[in-house]
Write a protein that binds this ligand. Structure first.
Ligand code: F6P
Length: 380
């Protein structure tokens, strides 16, 4: 049998565990199945520009515990790449490079966007397999993504540390946590760190409910509060405004009025941008409503940096090694996901265009409410 050739790339935002996954794929592919492995630099852009490295065992040595990705990454899309200031469809060039290297499979490690881009290449006839990585934990078809556990640990530790300073100064500390448009990270870290208020995009909040929860804590002798807010959290008021705009957009769509449609689209995107990213405003309003001094901490990219947790190293290694076996047995067109503790093949078509949100009846939500955490929707 001819030696199989595989290509690996990492795309989208980086996260801890990517190198463990690259190592898992590479070592199994080269050591167990005698495949040849090349890595493309900086995601789909490197594949398009044919910037690559031939891997050998020394390339993969000592990377298990490294954060980030040794291959580099970018948010470039094959069909919408900025080249010399212009957005261009570079799919054909990517397909050419795939064949130039006689690849039997391209492995794409990434989040929701990467799944979509890999699916696009699959539709052009390429053999692709993806692995789910993101600190957001929001990929359809898998119970968990690698990167999430490490970020959860960082955000929890941040909340732990904020507790002592909030308590000493009798302040509200509003801590903003990443997660894009989902609340997994904030809910998980909020529960693990004992935040008093947890605000996630899936549950639009009412600011007066939060203020009342904080005042109630004060009346009970607890003169500080930790508010964990997801970067994508929105207020009920904003949701209502958005609904009105969506209604107007629907009417404009029917009438096919291009100018009105453009204006409404712009208003919607501005509102969404304003809504997520209003943590400073939230803290100021809470201070006004409660008369308790407030401070803000935005964790930002700290949550994506540094060494992966043992759970992420384990998960990424398991998915990486299973990926090499998939290539050996020619099971393509899938994302390798986790169903409980089992690795499963999820057809890419079932993954793309979807986002895994926190369900309203998720046990984490019930636990948060049971320990008296305010989720911004009603008093517990
Ligand atoms: O998807 C991972 C993530 O960290 C999100 O939580 C966040 O919204 C986004 O990436 C930030 O992207 P960038 O690194 O491009 O600023």
């Amino acid at each position: 049998m001819a030696t199989k050739q595989i290509g690996i790339l990492t795309a989208g935002g980086d996260c801890p565990g990517l190198n463990a996954a690259i190592r898992g794929i590479g070592k199994t592919a080269m050591g167990r199945y005698e495949m040849q492995v090349i890595g493309f630099y900086d995601g789909f852009r490197g594949l398009m520009e044919n910037r690559f490295v031939r891997m050998d065992s020394s390339f993969l040595s000592g990377i298990l515990t490294l954060g980030g990705t040794i291959l580099g990454t970018s948010r470039d899309k094959p069909n919408k790449m900025v080249i010399g200031g212009k957005v261009m469809d570079m799919t054909e060039v990517i397909v050419e490079n795939y064949y130039k290297h006689h690849l039997d499979c391209l492995v794409c490690l990434g989040g929701g966007g990467t799944q979509k881009n890999a699916f696009h290449l699959m539709q052009q006839g390429l053999n692709v397999i993806t692995l789910p990585k993101t600190i957001d934990n929001d990929i359809e078809g898998t119970d968990i993504t690698f990167g999430f556990d490490t970020a959860l640990g960082i955000a929890t530790e941040a909340i732990d540390r904020l507790h002592s300073t909030a308590s000493s100064h009798h302040r509200i500390i509003v801590v903003e946590i990443m997660g894009h448009n989902t609340g997994w990270l904030t809910l998980g870290a909020g529960i693990a760190g004992g935040a008093d208020v947890i605000l996630i995009p899936e549950i639009p909040y009412d600011i007066s409910v939060i203020a009342e929860a904080i005042l109630q804590r004060n009346r009970a002798g607890k003169h500080f509060s930790i508010v964990a807010v997801a970067e994508g959290a929105v207020s009920l008021e904003e949701v209502k405004k958005l609904e009105i705009l969506e209604g107007r957009k629907e009417r404009a769509d029917k009438e096919d009025d291009k100018e009105i449609k453009r204006k409404i689209k712009q208003e919607i995107s501005e509102l969404k941008q304003k809504a997520s990213g209003n943590t400073l405003q939230l803290a100021m309003e809470l201070e006004k409503l409660t008369m308790v001094e407030s401070r803000v901490t935005i964790l930002g990219h700290l949550q994506r940096g540094g060494i992966p947790s043992s759970a992420d190293r384990l998960l990424a290694t398991r998915l990486g090694t299973a990926c090499a076996s998939n290539i050996q047995f020619e099971k393509f067109g899938v994302m390798l996901g986790m169903n409980g503790d089992n690795i499963c093949d999820v057809p890419l078509k079932d993954v793309v265009g979807k986002r895994r949100m926190v369900p309203f009846d998720h046990p984490w939500i019930e636990s948060a409410r049971n320990v008296g955490t305010c989720l911004g929707d009603k008093l517990v």
